[in-house]
Design a protein around this ligand. Structure first.
Ligand code: NAD
Length: 487
């Protein structure tokens, strides 16, 4: 099925596909062609309320939260098998809706989605509690219980992958879910919602209502029926959610932005470092939270490194996401393209040196050249703010202390990398950089089994993935059983 064969999409509420109560719709556009792919029912607070109630009923009455854990696992595995059977359809859908190169979705997004669901399906019957011996006349134990109704909000850069990072662990723990995918990229989540029903997920366990943020998104996170919010997106919206949701005191996980330093020491394998730095900043057209946008290079190799980076950037293929050799597709929207071009202007006005790229490419489609600036420092917008586009900033340092200080001089703390062949330096610097993930002699690796998230500030709080995500969706209940003889 191609996106255009389903020109109108509805909302998944309970086990039904519904138009919004208001009858309003929005359009989702192919960023490569600027053509409308489909109209989608646009939810508002009333639709969100229906979905939260459906999720609440499903949670309170069961059977999802009360069924045998092995049975829940079997259902999630059935869902995974259906996702696997629809691989090519889902890859194409994602590529059209988000403008992502089909080769990258096939190689990265899609396998991660499938693996994520299978990984957490495996957890269902392995979430154990503790017996804590307190005194001889009592049996005291701690059960892990699902937190309840989960609100998931995700952005458009890895639409299905980010959605699955929320849905799979929440469902595995026995929670019910209301997902709000981004309005830019609603299609893949809606399609896997159909497959979830086909796999037998009971009504109300998974609800999917894509749409704009301020209306339905805010209605969801401030709904008193929500027990847990798991959000991925910008720092500004994350902070707003934390503030506005506070009235209900829900549990909150925020996966926010990044401005990741990629430090190249003078003893590094230069070929490998240049290759990885190029991918680290230009993969997915730079629309990656962990993009290595601040490339810190030791002064002894700075000029050679920068020249090689520029050479590679100029040779990256930008174009049709459906062509097998395309590396950079379009940006997701005109708005995002304007934002990124605005940063190029600011970089020039702040005195950075434009080494390559910097311009929009001829349309249709929101295409932009891979762009490299040098002579950047942390006081410039290029060095401080998350651009979320194909823009690399090269900075110069003289010694390890300066590199660490520059790396840590940022409101972000999501990820970082360093390149060196000195074992002592590798571990020492990895321990001094403030980041949730530090890569050594590689860039951008992640796995569903490893926790992912920032260390606070504009990168957010809490962890997705790994066994850490189970903490997000379970609580601990203490049970005290008196064993004292009855009189
Ligand atoms: P965004 O914050 O504008 O939107 C993210 C989601 O929040 C969307 O679904 C949007 O509709 C919704 N939203 C927007 N305003 C809202 C509101 N007032 N109330 C409730 N929901 C609202 O972010 P974006 O521009 O779509 O995505 C890019 C951002 O996401 C970047 O900052 C990027 O670093 C971050 N991101 C982080 C990670 C991570 O793992 N840390 C992963 C991917 C993206």
């Amino acid at each position: 099925m191609t996106p255009t064969q389903v020109p109108h999409r509805r909302l998944l509420i309970g086990s039904e596909w519904r138009d919004s109560l208001s009858g309003r719709t929005f359009e989702t556009v192919d960023p490569a062609t600027e053509e409308v792919l489909a109209t989608v029912a646009e939810p508002d607070a009333a639709d969100i309320d229906l979905a939260v109630r459906a999720a609440r009923t499903a949670f309170d009455r069961g059977p999802w939260s009360t069924m045998r854990a092995a049975e829940r696992a079997r259902m999630l595995h059935r869902w995974a098998a259906l996702i696997e059977a629809h691989q090519e359809e889902l890859v194409l859908l994602e590529s059209h809706d988000a403008g992502k190169p089909v080769a990258a979705v096939r190689r990265q997004d899609y396998p991660t989605v499938l693996d994520c669901l299978e990984y957490y399906a495996g957890w269902c019957d392995k979430i154990t509690g503790d017996v804590v011996p307190v005194r001889p006349d009592a049996l005291t134990y701690v059960r892990r219980v699902p937190v309840g109704v989960v609100a998931g909000i995700v952005p458009w850069n890895f639409p299905l992958m980010n959605a699955m990072w929320k849905m799979a662990p929440a469902l595995a723990c026995g929670c019910t879910v209301v997902m709000k995918p981004a309005a830019e990229t609603p299609l893949s989540a809606l399609r896997v919602g159909e497959l979830a029903l086909e796999a037998g997920l009971p009504p109300g366990v998974l609800n999917i209502l894509p749409g704009p943020g301020p209306g339905p998104g805010m209605a969801l996170v401030t709904h008193p029926g929500i027990d847990k919010i798991t959000f991925t997106g910008s720092p500004a919206v994350g902070k707003l959610i934390m503030e506005r949701a506070a009235v209900n005191v829900p549990r909150i996980t925020l996966e926010l932005g990044g401005k990741s330093p990629n430090i190249v020491f003078d003893d590094a394998d230069l070929d490998a470092a240049v290759r990885a730095a190029t991918a680290g900043v230009f993969f997915n057209s730079g629309q990656v939270c962990s993009a290595g946008t601040r490339i810190l290079v030791h002064e002894a190799i700075h000029d050679e490194f920068t020249a090689r980076l520029v050479e590679r950037a100029k040779n990256l293929k930008v174009g049709d996401p459906r062509a097998a050799d395309t590396y950079l597709g379009p940006l997701v929207s005109q708005k995002q393209l304007d934002r990124v071009l605005g940063y190029v202007e600011r970089g020039l006005s702040e005195g950075a040196t434009l080494r390559s790229g910097g311009s929009r490419l001829a349309g249709p489609g929101y295409y932009m050249e891979p762009t490299v600036f040098s002579d950047v420092d942390n006081t410039m917008a290029l060095g401080r703010e998350e651009i979320f586009g194909p823009v690399a900033s090269v900075m110069r340092f003289t010694d390890d202390d300066e590199a660490v200080a520059m790396a840590n001089d940022s409101p972000y703390s999501l990820a970082a990398a360093l390149w060196t062949n000195d074992l002592t330096r590798a571990h020492t610097v990895a321990g001094r950089i403030r980041a949730g993930t530090v890569w050594v002699n590689t860039y951008g690796q992640s796995d569903n089994r490893l926790p992912w998230g920032g260390l606070g500030g504009d990168s957010g709080v809490g962890r997705d993935l790994g066994s850490s995500a189970l903490e997000n969706f379970t609580d601990r209940r203490t049970v005290w059983v008196s064993l004292a003889p009855r009189r």
